[in-house]
Design a binder for this molecule. Structure first.
Ligand code: B1M
Length: 233
């Protein structure tokens, strides 16, 4: 029996509980993560704070040890599943909104890339801000984006990439949109850990979004610009 078996999560104070969440995420303990999320909700924490301070911060620590060769893919997969368990509890709370629909978004992770936690988070926060979101999932070739654009006619196309080897694929999608004459009909937002603003502009996106909160703010800003342009046309 390890020491951890003796920990009663509900008896920890907030600070201890958040640190314990980081440990539990690291160890891929999804039941414990779910329990901690529920305890913090009962203690009136906002879903956003639980997400950022508990889950995203925990995954940041996992990322460091993954990079340094201390954790490997199977362990990181367990951590990702634990994170998803926590996100599943927060999802309805983050997406519930009395706000009228403010726009539509198609979002997906690019071809060759199976990372989806960040994209899912962006989708959740966008829904919470009143956007209708069509999530294409992972590993999307350009054809999938084009089909979704054709079907949903979104205001915004969002693309996610977590690998330096897959991020250039965003340009393939944007260039194809240009060739088809549809690039300017949509706001194109990109994000993912290895990207930056310079890269976003270089590939012809409208904006790079550092995180989900920035994605929401940027989406609202660009929607306002779009409405102004239409009003002045
Ligand atoms: Co991967 N992985 N991984 N991985 N993985 C990274 C990305 C890496 C940085 C880890 C490291 O070395 N430190 C590294 C990439 C190195 C590089 O390219 N420079 C890496 C590697 C190398 C790999 C593999 C190649 C490992 C291998 O097989 N040897 C492999 C590749 C698989 C593939 O995609 N083809 C791989 C696999 C995996 C797992 C499957 C084990 C798992 C993914 C599980 C899943 O997603 N379902 C995984 C994970 C979990 C990670 C880390 C640890 C965490 C990513 C994450 O979920 N972060 C990651 C380390 C890191 O990023 N520091 C790593 C939490 C999430 C909330 O943040 O995704 O950044 P993030 O999203 C943020 C923002 O970036 C932004 O908002 C989000 C929310 O705030 N954002 C957007 C993201 N997308 C957006 C889209 C937008 C807007 C904003 O559109 C408008």
């Amino acid at each position: 029996m390890s020491d951890d078996d003796d920990i009663i999560l509900s008896e920890l104070n907030d600070e201890e509980l958040v640190l314990q969440m980081h440990d539990d995420l690291y160890d891929g303990l999804k039941e414990e993560i779910a329990e901690s999320v529920n305890i913090l909700l009962e203690r009136n924490w906002t879903p956003y704070d639980i997400l950022t301070k508990g889950l995203v911060e925990g995954m940041r620590i996992v990322g460091i040890d993954f990079r340094d060769g201390i954790l490997f893919v199977p362990e990181v997969l367990l951590a990702a599943n634990a994170m998803k368990q926590g996100m599943a509890i927060l999802r309805p709370l983050l997406t519930e909104t009395g706000a009228p629909k403010v726009g539509t978004m198609v979002i997906g992770t690019v071809k060759g890339d199976i990372h989806d936690i960040g994209k899912n988070l962006v989708g959740m926060m966008m829904e919470g801000a009143g956007f209708e979101v069509f999530d294409l999932g992972i590993n999307n070739p350009v054809e999938d984006y084009l089909a979704a654009i054709e079907e949903h006619k979104p205001d915004i196309l969002g693309m996610s990439a977590l690998l330096t080897t897959t991020m250039p694929y965003m340009k393939v999608v944007i260039d194809t949109m240009k060739e088809m004459g549809i690039r300017d009909k949509h706001i194109v937002l990109v994000g993912g850990a290895p990207l930056n603003e310079e890269f976003g502009l270089a590939i012809g996106a409208d904006a790079y979004c550092r995180d989900a909160a920035v994605a929401v703010e940027t989406a609202k800003e660009w929607m306002a610009r779009k409405h102004n342009q239409m009003a002045n046309a």
